[in-house]
Design a binder for this molecule. Structure first.
Ligand code: FAD
Length: 273
């Protein structure tokens, strides 16, 4: 449970972090809150030779209302998302989902950027970003690029981020509909989801139903065609590939996806009035 030796550098600015990443390439890893990376390092599933700590870079932690979207700095911690007045007003889905991540310790350290960059399909916030059609702003040696969330999550713990790039901002369109719900089933209150379902308007996304966060496209199509909620929710497992772990097998996960989607759609409809 002791990580392999590594060199540690704390970056004072995003530019400094980028130049350290450029220098050390594949041997380097960014560390933000450390709540996903450090456990992997302790298990030696990740063995970076060089750690670039961005945890104290100023100006990467913010939640701002822009013209047509809400901009969130990658270093913004769950605790701040959970308690943001702006999100409570304009994007309660994200505040609610953030408040259900892990325990208070995790929410005080873990960052939205770390969760997205980590690319774990069991994580909650990536599915929220996917349901909202969010955009990930990434800086690297060749400048800044904006990646639609639909293209960002590529496989288990694999994203469109290059090793010398930094995720700096998450842009979330202001939702047009007041209908939202986040339904998460866990074996213990502080755990990752066995399955979770995100609904915003007629967008539906699934946590832990495959190797990446997924859009429940069959449900979305059914809703767009005017299907009743139970009929739409019955299609929640279409196109998914859930796995087995000590909490659940694939069949139970498919069942949960259908049940939680129905609950989420019903709650969202109630909120919309
Ligand atoms: C006990 C426990 C319970 C948890 N429960 C939940 C849960 O219920 N739901 C849930 O969703 N998550 C859960 N988590 C995971 C937690 O939410 C993640 O640790 C956190 O979101 C990741 O953010 P971080 O800042 O800690 O990332 P780090 O651990 O610092 O980094 C994670 C990965 O992202 C990369 N990275 C980080 N920031 C950037 C950046 N800005 N640009 C490029 N790459 C970057 C790192 O190089 C690393 O590969 C839990 C964790 C623990 C320890």
């Amino acid at each position: 449970m002791i990580p392999a030796r590594f060199v540690y550098r704390r970056a004072g600015t995003a530019e400094e972090a980028l130049s350290l990443l450029a220098e050390h390439g594949d041997d380097a890893k960014v560390i933000a809150g450390g709540h996903s990376l450090l456990p992997l390092m302790k298990l030696r599933l990740s063995v970076p030779e060089f750690l670039v700590d961005i945890g104290r870079v100023p100006d990467l932690s913010y939640i701002r209302g822009e013209d047509d979207h809400i901009a969130i700095g990658a270093l913004t911690r769950y605790h701040d998302l959970e308690h943001s007045d702006l999100l409570a007003e304009e994007l309660p889905l994200l505040a609610n989902a953030s408040g259900k991540v892990g325990d208070p310790q995790v929410r005080h350290r873990g960052t939205i950027g770390g969760s997205i960059a980590h690319g774990d399909s069991a994580s909650d916030v990536p599915a929220v970003v996917l349901a909202l059609d969010g955009v990930l702003v990434v800086s690297g040696p060749s400048g800044v690029r904006e990646i639609p969330s639909g293209e960002f999550f590529r496989g288990p713990f694999e994203t469109a981020l290059e090793p010398d790039e930094l995720l700096t901002e998450i842009r979330l369109p202001r939702p047009a509909s007041p209908a939202w719900s986040f339904q998460k089933l866990t074996s213990r209150a502080i755990d990752w989801a066995i399955v979770a379902v995100v609904v915003q308007g007629e967008s539906v996304a699934l946590v832990n139903m495959g190797s990446t966060p997924l859009r429940a496209t069959a449900v979305e199509r059914a809703l767009a065609d005017g299907a009743a909620i139970p009929d739409a929710a019955a299609q929640a497992a279409e196109g998914t590939s859930p796995f087995a772990d000590r909490n659940a097998g694939p069949d139970y996960r498919r069942h949960l996806a259908r049940v939680l989607t129905r609950r989420a759609l019903e709650e969202a409809a109630t909120r919309a009035g």
